[in-house]
Design a protein around this ligand. Sequence first.
Ligand code: NAD
Length: 485
Amino acid sequence: MESMSFVLFGATGDLAKRKIFPALYNLFLDEKMPEAYSIIGLGRSSLSHDEFQTHVEESLKTFSRRTVANNAEFGEFIKAFRYQQLDVTKPEAYKNLLTFIKQREKELNLPENRLFYLSVAPEFFDDIALNIKESGLGTTKGWKRLIIEKPFGHDLESARDLNTKLSRAFKEDEIYRIDHYLGKPMVQNLETLEFANPVLQAIWNKEYIANVQITASEIVGVEDRAGYYDQAGAIRDMVQNHMLQMLMMTAMHLPKKISADDIRDEKRKVMESLRLLSKEEVGAHIIRGQYDAGEIKGEPVVKYTVEPGVDAFSTNDTFVAARLWIDNDFWKGVPFYIRTGKRMKEKSTRIVIEFKNTLKDLYQTEDQKTAPNLLVVHISPNEGVSFQLNSKNPLKNGMIEPVTADFSPVTKEVPEAYEILLFDALQGDSTFFAHWDEVELSWKWVQPVLEAFEENSIPLQTYPAGSMGPEASDKLLEENGFHWW
Ligand code: NAD
C-alpha cells in the first residue's frame, strides 16, 4: 500500500469519533495502514495538535473494538495525527491547508497521495470539492481520492446536481461513496456465496427462486435525529441506499471476472432492469407506515409524532415495504420484497431467499406438508448463513419437518464495516463503494415514490411500536401467495 496523507474534514464530529478513528486504529493494529502516513484532522473549532490527539485517544477508549494500550505502539499511531482549524466555506483557508499538507509530506517523506474524507454535513460537499480543486490541493504528483458520506442528494435532481459539481474536481474513479452496508462482512460475502458455490450459482434464478425478502428492522425510534429524519424518512434514510444496494448484491449476475468494474457493471444492469413505477402505481406496490404508541420489551413507548423535534402533524414514513420486479431473463416474475422501519419488534438485517417448493404435493398428507427451502443470510446483529431443509423426524413417526443448517463464518473479532471500507479506499479498491450509476438509478426508482408520499396520494398506515409493521405490509405478500419470513 502506498504512503499517503489522510485529510479528514469534520474531524471533531460524531462520525469521526465513533467510526473513523476506531477504524484507523484497528487497521493500524492489524498492520493494514501504509508504511508512512500523515493524518490531518480539520474542524471548525480551534484545537492544538496535542488536544486533537487527546480527543482521538478518548474516542478510541470509548468506541474502539480493541482496547487502547498506553505503550510505544500506541505512541507510534497517535503521533501521525495533526489538526488544523478550517472553515470549509472560506476558500483562503485551503491555501494554508495545502502548505501544511506539503510540510507534513516533506517531514515524513511522503509521495503526494492524498485521500480527502468529507465527514461533514452534505451541504458542504460541493463547496469542499471545488475548494480542493481551486486551491491546488487536488493537483498532486500522486493520486487523489475523495470519500464522501451519505446522504448523496435528497432526490434525483439534487443528486445529479451534486454529482455534476463533484465531477468538476474529481473523476468518477476517484470518488468513493460510502454505503456502510456494503462494508458489512455478510453483504460482502453475498458475492462469494452466489458465485464461489456452483450449487448455489446454478439455482440463483427465476427457475428455482420463488421470492426474495430483504428486511432491515430497528427497535429504536427516531432518537435525537428528528431534525434530519423527519425530512428524510425511511425511504431516503434506508431504501434509496442500503436496501437497494442489498437488492443489487443479491440479484446481480455472475460477472465475467471478480473485479470492481465487472461487479459494478452487473449491479448497474440489475438497476437498469428494475421496473420503474409511475406515481399512480406506487400505491399498489409500496406500503408507507409510521409508528404509533406501543410497547418495546415490556416498556411503553410513544408514537412518532410526539417524539422530541418531530412535527406534531408529520406524515413522515418511519416504515417502508415494497414489492419490486427485475425485468430481465434471470428474475422475470420473481418478486423482491423489501421492508425497513423503526420501532419494530426486533433488530435484524437479513436476506431470505425462498425457493420454489415444486415437490410439495408429493409429500403432502392431511397432517403434513413440506416447507420451502430457505436460504437466510443474517447480516446483523449476528452474521451467518442458514439453510432450511426438510427432514424426517424419527421421534415423530418419521414425520417431515423443517431443519436448519447454520454456519457463522467467523464468530469473534469481525472487523467493522468502516475498517473494511477504509482499507479498500486506502488501497484504491472501489468494489464496495456506490458508483454514480447505481446512485442515479436508485434515485430514479425512488423519485415517483417520494412524489406520491409528498402528495399524500397513498395512505399512511400506522403500526404499533414493537410490531413488524402495518398489516398492509403482510397483505402485500399475501397477494402473491407468500408471507414474510
Ligand atoms: P457532526 O455534526 O457531528 O460533525 C460535523 C463536523 O463538521 C464537525 O467536525 C464540525 O466541526 C464540522 N463543521 C461544521 N461546519 C463546518 C464549517 N463551516 N467548517 C468546517 N468544519 C465544519 O456530523 P456527523 O454526525 O459526524 O456527520 C458527518 C457526515 O457523516 C454527514 O454527512 C452525515 O450525514 C454522515 N453520516 C453520519 C453518521 C453518524 O452516525 N454520525 C452516519 C452516517 C452518515
